[in-house]
Design a binder for this molecule. Structure first.
Ligand code: G3I
Length: 586
């Protein structure tokens, strides 16, 4: 997560802006901060409508078969990477993400494995080598893997497979899956690692078993990052509420959830056509699944198992059924496509109070009047970062890039906006309130409201590092950066930059960029301490050319401050800035 700091906040008080683009599904999901994927087959890439639709509409692809054990590892020392490589290079050529499927599965295994009569030790070695070879090869190209696929029965018991107990790799229970995850993590430490299954979308015996395993793995630091829900549905997918509860409990563990193989099969006639009524029902199911995912910031991808009814596993597996995907056999969008668009454009963004932080310290327990804040995780917004600029009145606008952040219905000046991260200045009108109702809005679609405490002041010092810790964004009297090679000495005046100073005298105007002194002064008492020594504050107030809410504090270094990198903090009113911020002293 790109944490944009003082430099951007400052820049936004002065600078320029991109705009939001048109409506293929890919762009709509980009505005949702989720990936939209499709299972793909390299043999169809030479078919123009297939390649064009895949690249235009999807931001992710997953090999439907090419990365599975059998197809990619047909002989003990023979790998067939060609088909998978073709998909990876197609994805790279179209700026798409690649999701890997699957390293450990009981299906599509090569005969040299299934008929090898190997011992558990030999099988363990074979699996380790396979995971290392395949996940290792695509390290940096595949961002996530279904490491284990379909290891539980619908009643929640472990499925008996060559990897688990027939004869297995010599590890009891779920331990073989733990081992596979650890091997995958060794092969590619950056990849997100998933457990993937079907019929485990709602709360049931199977999803309970998966949940229990996930809890256990997380409690012991096993590298598991998410749960894949295959989502192979009929037009009556069962209780959405139960699926929601399952997603909630999994994401409450901090795990991602991805819908990995979505399709909605329908009865079809002998020409493969479904009725208009069934297509409408299907469209509703697609809508509801997308809307459900958008309720959870940790639901990070939705993938359909193919995308055109021309190429789908459904008719082969469910005779008399088909038409399961969002494009028909002629690559024309179906009602499902339109309902997905609608879900992506109308589902309310979701925000949480804990995700609203100081733009300087990242404190998230309260906001104060005029404080620069960042809202993380809102699930709807500009697909790419947009920096605001002063409007005709010279103020930072309260609506920018179709984005608003409201505090008790008062819109805040927006500094920059992007899906998942928006910065703004808390309106000074929250002063004196115990708390404030915060709502986020994009393209007129308003989020859930959250209640956030209001503190009179909440000083945060801007730092050079995006962590809010370490060397402060501190200048000397000649506006040169304080550093190890430009330390401050006794008697020197340094300029600190902060936010969260609360109300000013005279009152500041939301979004205003002061350029003519005198600038508004912080009303509360401001003190400073460097290296344990109290230092006189010569000025604390608005800063030239920086939006109201950014506080410049001029501090004179008192004698007897120890040399070197010293902790620095300011106290405004009753609140003290974050610890861990430093200044260089000579
Ligand atoms: O590549 C061979 C080809 O050489 C041969 O001529 C042809 C005729 O037998 O078979 C081809 O292999 C087929 C392969 O798909 C590639 O098309 C296999 O027989 C066929 O069984 C395999 O089906 C795949 C199936 O997994 C295997 O279980 C489907 O395409 C694929 O959509 C499906 O995907 C699974 C996910 O991986 C896991 N979740 C369920 C999902 C649906 O079953």
């Amino acid at each position: 997560m790109l944490k944009l700091r003082l430099s951007i906040c400052l820049a936004s008080a002065i600078a320029c802006c991109p705009s939001i683009t048109a409506q293929p599904l890919r762009q709509l999901t980009d505005q949702r901060g989720i990936l939209l994927g499709a299972a793909a087959d390299p043999s169809h890439l030479t078919e123009a409508p297939y390649a064009d639709t895949l690249a235009r509409e999807f931001s992710q692809l997953e090999p439907e078969n090419a990365m599975k054990f059998g197809p990619i590892h047909p002989g003990p020392s023979t790998y067939n990477f060609g088909p998978a490589d073709a998909l990876v290079s197609f994805a790279r050529g179209h700026n798409m993400s690649v999701r890997g499927h699957t390293l450990v599965w009981h299906n599509q295994l090569p005969s040299w494995v299934t008929n090898g009569n190997y011992s558990t030790t030999q099988l363990s070695g074979i699996l380790h080598d396979h995971i290392n070879a395949v996940a290792g090869r695509y390290a940096g190209q595949v961002y996530a893997w279904d490491v284990i696929n379909e290891a539980f029965n619908d009643n929640g018991t472990l499925r008996g497979t060559i990897w688990s107990d027939s004869p297995g790799i010599g590890l009891p229970g779920t331990a073989y899956m733990e081992q596979a995850l650890r091997w995958a993590h060794e092969a590619d430490p950056q990849a997100l690692l998933f457990y993937n299954d079907y019929n485990a979308e709602p709360v049931n015996s199977k999803s309970d078993a998966i949940y229990k395993m996930a809890q256990d793995f997380l409690s012991r630091g096993v590298p598991l990052h998410g749960i894949g829900m295959q989502t192979h549905f009929s037009s009556r997918p069962g209780s959405l509420a139960s699926i929601e509860s399952n997603i909630k409990r999994i994401t409450d563990l901090g795990l991602q959830v991805q819908f990995t193989e979505l399709d909605v099969r329908l009865p079809v006639d002998s020409s493969g056509n479904a009725t208009a009524a069934d297509l409408a029902t299907q469209a509703q199911v697609y809508h509801d699944i997308f809307a459900l995912c958008l309720k959870f910031p940790l639901c990070t991808a939705i993938q359909t198992w193919g995308f055109t009814d021309k190429y789908s596993w459904i008719p082969g597996a469910f005779p008399g059924n088909g038409a399961a995907l969002e494009f028909d056999r002629a690559y024309q969008p179906k009602p499902a496509y339109t309902s997905i668009q609608s879900a992506l454009q109308t589902s309310p963004p979701v925000i949480s109070a804990a995700a609203l932080t100081s733009a300087a310290s990242y404190a998230n327990n309260a906001v104060s009047p005029g404080e620069l804040v960042v809202l993380f995780g809102a699930t709807f917004g500009p697909a790419s970062l947009a920096l605001s600029q002063p409007d005709a009145s010279g103020k930072i606008p309260t609506q920018f890039s179709d984005t608003r952040l409201l505090f008790d219905d008062a819109p805040a000046p927006i500094l920059y906006a992007r899906v998942g991260q928006t910065a703004a200045v808390v309106p000074f009108s929250v002063a004196g309130h115990a708390n404030t109702k915060v709502e986020y809005e994009y393209q007129g679609v308003r989020s859930n409201p959250v209640i956030v405490n209001v503190a009179p002041t909440q000083p945060g010092l801007f730092t050079l590092d995006s962590s809010g810790q370490g060397p402060g964004a501190t200048l000397d009297a000649s506006f040169r950066l304080n550093s190890q090679t430009n330390p401050a000495g006794t008697g020197d005046v340094i300029l600190l930059y902060s936010t969260g100073g609360g109300v000013t005298m005279p009152a500041s105007v939301d979004g205003e960029i002061p350029v003519v002194a005198p600038f508004p002064l912080v009303s509360a008492r401001v003190t400073a301490n460097i290296g344990g020594v109290d230092c006189p504050v010569q000025y604390s107030g608005g800063a030239f050319g920086l939006v109201a809410g950014v506080i410049q504090i001029n501090v004179q270094l008192a004698p007897s401050i120890p040399f070197g990198q010293q902790p620095i903090s300011v106290k405004i009113g009753d609140a003290t800035s974050q610890s861990g911020v430093t200044v260089w002293v000579r």
